[in-house]
Design a protein around this ligand. Structure first.
Ligand SMILES: Nc1ncnc2c1ncn2[C@@H]1O[C@H](COP(=O)(O)OP(=O)(O)OP(=O)(O)O)[C@@H](O)[C@H]1O
Ligand SMILES: C[C@H](N)[C@H](N)CCCCCC(=O)O
Ligand SMILES: [Mg+2]
Length: 223
């Protein structure tokens, strides 16, 4: 299944979405395929003037695209940025701000409409992490009507988290291109064993990414 826009959803938070998104972006560029990568909504992002900004999802994704890290590129990649490393609705409340799902969806639809390159959109947290007071990441993904790439870890418990997310996507009619299992630090089972277990139940292609590994060519070819 070929797709021009892909939404990178997580089976959880801090499990490798940005790692996989950046690796996929680099792989597509290496294959000569133009790509644009966005993290529209990000929490835990310090100001650009803070050296810690370099560790943010936005900085990592701009770097993967070979773009300079400056006000304009940051704003174009991640228009909604909040400082607190919390669910976005909580992080927004701490700044006396609020986010409306229709604004987020409208902005993303605009990007889909005007982007000619392959477009990759990283979600936030896990599939059903709240993005606003009333909406979750699943609501955001459904409103965009684009296929998902699910990223999971390989920690103990990751198989159930990945399959639960898969089943939720299936029940909600969201096409799932593939699952990328990003190896978790200190995972007790080999990556290949976890990936094979997820694959037996998921019914979609599953790719394991070892620590530090580049994006498999076969995964990039599905996008
Ligand atoms: N396969 C991997 N190899 C090396 N490091 C990895 C790998 N997967 C994840 N990491 C590291 O683990 C940490 C968490 O990963 P990452 O930031 O990609 O998670 P995330 O799912 O995008 O989190 P968030 O929910 O905050 O967006 C990062 O430091 C990242 O570089
Ligand atoms: C701060 C973190 N890295 C992410 N940006 C936000 C994760 C929100 C998770 C909320 C939840 O599902 O409980
Ligand atoms: Mg991330």
């Amino acid at each position: 299944m070929a797709a021009r826009t892909v939404f990178v959803a997580g089976a959880g938070t801090e499990i490798g979405k940005t790692y996989v998104t950046a690796a996929l972006t680099r792989r597509l560029r290496a294959q000569g395929r133009p790509v644009r990568t966005l993290k529209p909504l990000a929490s835990g992002v310090p100001p650009l003037s803070d050296p810690a900004f370099a560790e943010s999802d936005t900085a990592r994704l701009l770097d993967a695209q070979g773009l300079a890290i400056e006000d304009e590129t940051v704003e174009a990649c991640s228009p909604w940025r909040f400082s607190a490393p919390l669910a976005p609705d909580q992080a927004a409340a701490l700044e006396d701000r609020a986010l409306d799902l229709s604004d987020l969806v409208g902005w993303c639809r605009g990007q889909v409409a005007r982007t000619e390159e392959t477009l990759i959109i990283e979600g936030v947290g896990g599939l059903m992490s709240p993005v606003t007071d009333r909406a979750t990441g699943l609501d955001w993904l459904k409103a965009l009507d684009v296929p998902a790439l699910l990223v999971s870890g390989s920690y103990l418990g990751a198989i159930s988290h990945a399959l639960t997310a898969c089943e939720t996507l299936r029940l909600h009619g969201v096409p799932l291109l593939a699952i990328a299992v990003s190896e978790s630090e200190g995972a007790p089972a080999p990556l290949a064993t976890v990936a094979a277990s997820i694959a037996r139940h998921a019914g979609v292609p599953v790719f394991g990414l070892r620590r530090g590994q580049a994006c498999p060519e076969a995964l990039a070819e599905l996008v």
